[in-house]
Design a protein around this ligand. Structure first.
Ligand code: THU
Length: 132
């Protein structure tokens, strides 16, 4: 699947964001090892702390369906600037990232940055640290 198609799906998913508190919609789309795609949006909560980011929604959907390796992830938030994954999401992406994962931070289908895992979470604490 092309990067542009993944971005289009993330933009679509963003429409389902539940954001009564921040009013800041985020969408995500991920490509798993066998080419299956999952999307997600941010889902806020009155407690604020129970909010789930778009990236984690997409990743948890994939893992719960048996897909544990992510080849690419798109994040679409603010259309005027690039919305990078939060710290917790970076850690969760790292847990399931393929070695050459592409982290695509998009404004739209034609304006996007492609980052590596090492660039967004250098020196990550990983399952290897636990001998796994
Ligand atoms: N948000 C995401 O969905 N992904 C990120 O990586 C950054 C933050 C959401 C959480 C919250 O609903 C809103 O953006 C404002 O923080």
């Amino acid at each position: 699947m092309e990067v542009k198609e993944l971005i289009i799906q993330a933009i679509k998913a963003k429409e389902n964001a539940y954001v009564p508190y921040s009013n800041f919609k985020v969408g995500s789309a991920i490509l798993t090892e066998d080419g299956t795609m999952y999307t997600g949006c941010n889902i806020e909560n009155a407690s604020l702390g129970a909010t789930n980011c778009a990236e984690r929604t997409a990743i948890f959907k994939a893992v719960s369906e048996g897909h544990k390796v992510i080849k690419a992830i798109v994040i679409v938030g603010n259309v005027n600037s690039h919305t990078f994954p939060c710290g917790i999401c970076r850690q969760v992406i790292n847990e399931f990232a393929a070695e050459d994962i592409k982290i695509i931070v998009a404004k739209n289908e034609s304006e996007y940055l492609v980052k590596t895992m090492e660039e967004i979470l250098p020196g990550a604490f990983s399952k290897e640290d636990l001998g796994k």
